[in-house]
Design a binder for this molecule. Structure first.
Ligand code: B12
Length: 395
């Protein structure tokens, strides 16, 4: 089976009209398209970086607040400048984009504008017809590193989709690939949907970027899908700090695999780790009580992110990751139930008799002390704020 069509959608800077694109996203997904949604109020530069890293076939822009002629043309220009002229640009903006505007925009390289009154069926049909076939890359050696890496990740995903690649999930295979990538720290984030994993990762990325002016970070973010179907790959819409040239982010659909990751995750992880990143962060889909996504030493450290509101205390006995995670984060700890949650979870992991840390965070809050602590725990060797003993040795 061929991989689904991947497109990226976004709303331009200074524009909060996201209702149209949300409707269009859902329709694309229902018709087998993997949609990487970047959200609203986005710079042309962020759209172009994301489109290249995600290796999408086209970028769909929904614009209502004016400036569309310049904005669409800027996206086309920057894509061309970065050698990604095979990524098409299309979109709409109801009555705010006139037919005269469209003529100018098409002269500047925009593929297609949809006007008010076009049916969703017509738009879906256009995407399938125009972007249904994979890019023919021109194989230029000068392609930027991000683009080369993005295309290799696509090739891995395609290999699993068409059956030419089989999952290497044996413990020995994973151990051998991990031993080749010692310089990269791999951190796995998991936890139920809505606990704030993506926001927490974004805040962690901010700290990692600030602490080491040269560090490069990769993020592999997963969202659920069934085999051959579409998916909303929406984690980028939450990311603010991760829209950065030192961050390479890739959104992956699970494509039918249960447990929180994709069949291609281990191979993609290996490729990223061999590509010189200092940190690779893996985010699973929102998981259930039984999930154990990071088996066989796939990652160096695991972080379980929880909501303070998980139900009765008995529920904690059933969450397998509470036995396995290195760090348990109770996010949204500004909520009333957080103190109880911290104490119940603390007592639950005490029973495991191994070194596990329980932290409270409010990831949505700027400069949150809990997120600082998490960053310290994950980066003990580079931490400039490390507490030292009297002898000057790190504690
Ligand atoms: C809904 C709406 C809002 C909602 C937005 C809710 C939301 N979260 O999106 C609210 C009430 C919040 C709002 C606020 C504002 N709005 Co308003 N809003 C609209 C409205 C009524 C509809 C837009 C819409 O969603 N249409 C539904 C879509 C599905 O249909 P469509 O627009 O016809 O689009 C078709 C195609 O173009 C295509 N399409 C659209 N996008 C894309 C993208 C892709 C990839 C593809 C393939 C196709 C495609 O899909 C449709 C197919 O039929 C328009 C007026 C209008 N009738 O268009 C004003 C309008 C866009 N808003 C306007 C203004 C001025 C504002 C405000 C600045 C008002 C204010 N002073 O506060 C704020 C700005 C908010 C912000 N943060 O940016 C103006 C813009 C004027 C301009 N550009 O010159 C408009 C045109 C109203 C007007 N006539 O004055 N707005």
């Amino acid at each position: 089976m061929a991989s689904p069509i991947r497109v990226l959608t976004a709303v331009p800077i200074c524009d909060g009209h996201d209702s149209a694109i949300n409707t269009i996203n859902l329709e694309f997904i229902r018709h087998g398209v993997e949609v990487v949604y970047l959200g609203y109020h986005r710079y042309a530069e962020d759209i172009v970086r994301a489109a290249i890293q995600e290796d999408v076939r086209a970028v769909g822009i929904s614009s209502y607040n004016g400036g569309h002629v310049e904005f669409f043309a800027e996206v086309v220009k920057q894509l061309r400048k970065r050698g990604a002229d095979d990524i098409a640009v299309f979109g709409g903006g109801g009555g705010t984009i006139t037919h005269d505007d469209q003529r100018v925009m098409q002269k500047r390289g925009v593929d297609k504008i949809f006007f008010a009154g076009t049916s969703l069926t017509d738009m879906v049909g256009f995407v399938h017809e125009r972007y249904g076939k994979a890019h023919k890359h021109n194989g230029r050696n000068g392609a930027p590193a991000d683009m080369k890496l993005a295309r290799k990740l696509t090739a891995i995903e395609d290999g699993y989709a068409d059956g030419t690649k089989k999952q290497r999930n044996s413990k020995a295979a994973i151990r051998s690939q991990r031993s080749k990538i010692r310089n990269t720290k791999v951190i796995g984030f998991t936890g139920p949907g809505g606990a704030g994993k993506t926001t927490l990762i974004d805040e962690l990325v901010l700290r990692l970027l600030q602490r080491d002016a040269k560090s490069r970070i990769a993020i592999l973010s997963h969202d659920p899908s069934v085999v051959g179907a579409g998916a909303l790959l929406g984690d980028r819409a939450t990311m603010i700090n991760s829209q950065h040239d030192r961050v390479f982010m890739r959104s992956m659909a699970t494509r039918g695999q249960a447990g929180g990751l994709s069949p291609a995750t281990a191979d993609c992880l290996q490729l990223l780790a061999q590509s010189g990143f200092d940190y690779v962060i893996i985010e699973t889909v929102g998981t259930g009580q039984e999930a154990m996504p990071f088996q066989s030493k796939l990652v160096d450290q695991t972080v379980l992110v929880m909501n303070p509101d998980y139900g009765a205390r008995l529920q904690l006995q059933k969450i397998v990751m509470l036995d396995l995670a290195d760090i348990i984060v109770v996010n949204k700890s500004d909520q009333d139930r957080a103190r109880t949650a911290m104490s119940e979870i603390g007592r639950r992991v005490e029973q495991n008799g191994r070194e596990q840390r329980v932290l409270a965070t409010v990831a949505k809050r700027h400069r949150d002390g809990g997120v600082d602590q998490l960053c310290d725990l994950l980066t003990p060797l580079v931490r400039p704020m490390a507490k030292t003993s009297k002898k000057g040795q790190p504690k």
